[in-house]
Design a protein around this ligand. Structure first.
Ligand code: ACM
Length: 521
């Protein structure tokens, strides 16, 4: 009996070894993972951990349930993001089975997660992303890009569940391409940075005293003359209509909507230099390359001014699918208020007749705001109050908190400080609905962090001001205030320093955060 037992034992052992050899052994993490502490920015609404790993390798597939162009494009975005991690392009497979073992992208057609929300359920066998709309799938992919861990042994995503949904519907940044011109390549890079952090609006400040940056076919001298210089006397530049359309499309593929701004009636010297008839005295102004503000105005009581605006708005609107047109309206110090108000009222009508909603800097609340129009709060609380009294919503860009061109401190290399020094913690520690008693949550459309370009002339210089503050404004716009804390955020921000080093982003290594060692390759 003894012998038989031994033989049976050996048989069982051999069978077990044979069976084990049939499949790849399942990878095992040495320690449980923790999804809930991953450095995701903006912080998702909820993240719960189950301790395991969804392992990525060259066999990982991306399954899409819908033969839909947008979903396929998002799957390709994910494919590209993963290819660097697994040294292969994961295959994209169309399926009807939401139980597939792999990464599954599913449109639910409901808005249980909110218009831009998503759910991510990560088990050891499957990473299931569901969303009501493609935007939610896209944002989930941005989250996933921040969840991949590559240690010495494995590449994996910690298991658990994420439910996520933005607090504000408008999460924006602005680039001033008028004071200094930025190439389309530079703007595209900014769009990449923004979309990684789930921003959804890029406001382009397309015209100011120092430059006119968008081709208007019916008024060609705007760019021939008005586009020919910039602050400091450099060569300036402008976007052709084809280039602008290409930017709009590039942004749209990344769920970013362009908001074009033509600032008026002030901040118009470049137009006034291009066309003498826009001046009350009929004389063209000299081109301007300094940084003063508040000295220029369109002639508000000439009919040609409104024909000009109608043409400009018309051509830009034709190329801009988004809902908004920004009419500027700030710092018109040489336009008497009795001229400013009817001007702002009339321009809003022109924009409405072209089918768009007007946004204007908070001064426009001195006029009569058309229904649905938005005042962008940057400086004057009284103007914000006037907008709210008229039933308008606010876009929140308080200069002393949200202006990306403000210096970090007295030693900052670029930037200004007329509103404040804004170190990285101050940029993060505020809430749009807690700044003033009259500005409540229901009055707020969203948040925008503008980057004015008097002191920066290219993207490299811009990056110093953008990073590390840009992610913080994204989080303030996306994550409800009660879920945010500087102590937690600064740890996550520090992890993102590695991402920026990898991307060669020249960020400001603020002493208020412990940054990772910079690894020189
Ligand atoms: C502004 O900063 N002049 C809106």
């Amino acid at each position: 009996m003894q012998t038989t037992n031994n033989r049976t034992g050996i048989f069982i052992l051999l069978t077990a070894l044979f069976l084990a050899g049939c499949g790849e052994p399942k990878p095992q993490l040495d320690e449980p993972s923790d999804l809930s502490t991953m450095a995701v920015i903006p912080l998702p609404a909820t993240m719960t951990a189950t301790g395991g790993g969804f392992f990525l390798d060259s066999e990982t597939r991306i399954y899409t349930i819908h033969d839909d162009e947008e979903v396929q494009a998002i799957a390709q975005t994910l494919q590209q993001a993963l290819s660097g991690h697994v040294n292969a392009e994961p295959e994209i497979v169309l399926t009807t089975n939401s139980e597939e073992m792999g990464i599954v992208l599913e449109l639910t057609g409901t808005e249980n997660e909110g218009a831009e929300g998503y759910t991510m359920k990560i088990s050891e066998d499957q990473l299931l992303i569901s969303a009501g709309n493609p935007a939610g799938l896209f944002y989930a992919v941005q989250t996933l890009r921040q969840l991949i861990i590559a240690d010495e042994k494995y590449t994996y995503v910690p298991t658990g569940e994420i439910r996520d949904n933005p607090e504000y519907e408008y999460r924006g940044s602005m680039l001033d391409v008028a004071r200094h011109f930025f190439t389309t390549e530079e703007v595209k890079k900014l769009i990449d940075y923004m979309s990684f952090y789930k921003y959804n609006y890029l406001h382009l400040h397309l015209a100011d005293d120092q430059g006119w940056r968008i081709e208007i076919k019916s008024w060609p001298k705007l760019t021939e003359i008005g586009g020919s210089t910039e602050v400091g006397g450099g060569p300036g530049g402008f976007y052709t209509q084809e280039e602008y359309k290409d930017l709009v499309a590039y942004a749209s593929e990344r769920y970013v909507t362009i908001v074009p701004e033509i600032d008026m009636p002030g901040h118009t010297n470049a137009a006034l230099a291009s066309y003498p008839e826009l001046n009350c005295d009929g004389k063209a102004r000299e081109l301007y390359t300094g940084t003063e503000v508040g000295f220029s105005t369109l002639c508000t009581d000439k009919e040609i001014t409104y024909e000009f605006i109608d043409d400009v708005v018309g051509e830009i609107v034709e190329m801009t699918p988004g809902p908004y047109f920004h009419i500027g309206g700030d710092e018109s110090h040489v336009t008497p208020m009795e001229d400013y108000i009817p001007f702002v009222n009339r321009v809003q009508e022109i924009v409405r007749d072209h089918g768009k909603i007007s946004i204007g800097w908070d001064e426009i609340a001195n006029g009569t705001l058309l229904e649905g129009n938005i005042a962008q709060f940057w400086a004057d609380q009284e103007n914000a109050g006037k907008a709210i009294e008229q039933g308008a919503r606010l876009l929140m860009s308080p200069a002393y908190k949200a202006y990306l061109d403000m210096q970090y401190d007295t030693a900052s290399q670029f930037g200004l400080h007329w509103a404040a020094y804004i170190p990285v913690d101050s940029a993060y520690i505020w809430s749009a609905d807690k700044l003033a008693p009259e500005i409540r949550r229901e009055n707020i459309l969203g948040i925008e962090a503008p980057l004015w370009s008097e002191t920066i002339s290219d993207l490299d210089e811009a990056e110093y001001l953008l990073f590390p503050r840009l992610p913080g404004y994204a989080e303030i716009s996306w994550t409800p205030a009660e879920k945010r804390s500087w102590e937690d955020y600064k740890q996550r921000l520090s992890e993102h320093g590695k991402i920026w080093d990898d991307l060669d982003i020249d960020y400001y290594r603020s002493p208020r955060v412990e940054w990772p060692e910079k690894i020189k390759l």
